[in-house]
Design a protein around this ligand. Structure first.
Ligand SMILES: Nc1ncnc2c1ncn2[C@@H]1O[C@H](COP(=O)(O)OP(=O)(O)OP(=O)(O)O)[C@@H](O)[C@H]1O
Length: 212
């Protein structure tokens, strides 16, 4: 699905040759500051490499429309922005951005349930805790029914029980759609449990790739 060849981004990351497969759960594992987030952001062109080639479905990533890429390869950042207003407003903004008609509240409620949030769409999103905001941001992304999903440390603001619940839910969702998940984590336990392929990134380069 993604192929990176001699990709260089500033002095932060250099990747000689790397495949990220479709229909696969891939974890990017490594120490803090090693370049994991940078690698994730290169995959949907949020960052553009200084040199080298990244292909997506066999075509140079640069030939895709940037808006198409952000929509079809959404990324959940470590600290997502929750918009002021209600939970419903947060879903509606995504719908406006993607030019979709507004869904009924029942759809929002289903998505909130999926991420384990027991709130009504009319409630104020600003009152949510950090971990709850992260889950709302994930629910917002799920509204787009993505087949490819980039998650940056989805558990950074969650307790370990919620972390497992959320990651299991996303993994099941992606597997049911025969989709592709690329997830950054610092936890080898998470990678061991969920990853079909683990890419270890440290000090700005791929240290090893573990396949199962
Ligand atoms: N825009 C930027 N400008 C300059 N340096 C940056 C920029 N973005 C990241 N860096 C640096 O690049 C290195 C890699 O950052 P990156 O966020 O990719 O690491 P990471 O492995 O995801 O770290 P963490 O696990 O702590 O989130 C770090 O040293 C970081 O400070």
């Amino acid at each position: 699905m993604f192929h990176l060849n001699q990709v260089k981004y500033r002095d932060i990351l250099y990747i000689d040759n790397l495949h990220i497969d479709s229909n696969c759960i891939t974890c990017i594992l490594g120490k803090s500051g090693g370049g994991k987030t940078t690698l994730l952001k290169l995959l949907n062109n949020m960052l553009t490499p200084d040199s080298g080639l990244i292909t997506y479905r066999g075509k140079d990533l640069n030939t895709y429309n940037p808006v198409f890429l952000r929509r079809s390869i959404p990324m959940l950042p470590q600290n997502p922005v929750v918009f002021p207003g209600s939970i419903r407003d947060n879903f509606r903004l995504v719908e406006e951005y993607t030019e979709k008609p507004p869904a009924p509240d029942s759809r929002y409620l289903d998505l909130l349930k999926m991420v384990g949030l027991n709130y009504k769409p009319g409630e104020n999103a600003s009152n949510l805790s950090g971990g709850e905001k992260q889950r709302l941001a994930l629910a917002r992304i799920m509204l787009l029914k993505p087949d490819t999903l980039l998650l940056d440390e989805p558990s950074s603001a969650l307790d370990s029980e919620t972390e497992r619940f959320i990651i299991s839910m996303v993994v099941d969702y992606i597997k049911a759609r025969k989709g592709t998940l690329v997830m950054v984590t610092h936890s080898s336990l998470i990678a061991n449990k969920f990853a079909e392929k683990t890419i270890v990134v440290n000090e700005g380069t791929v240290e090893k790739v573990i396949e199962r």
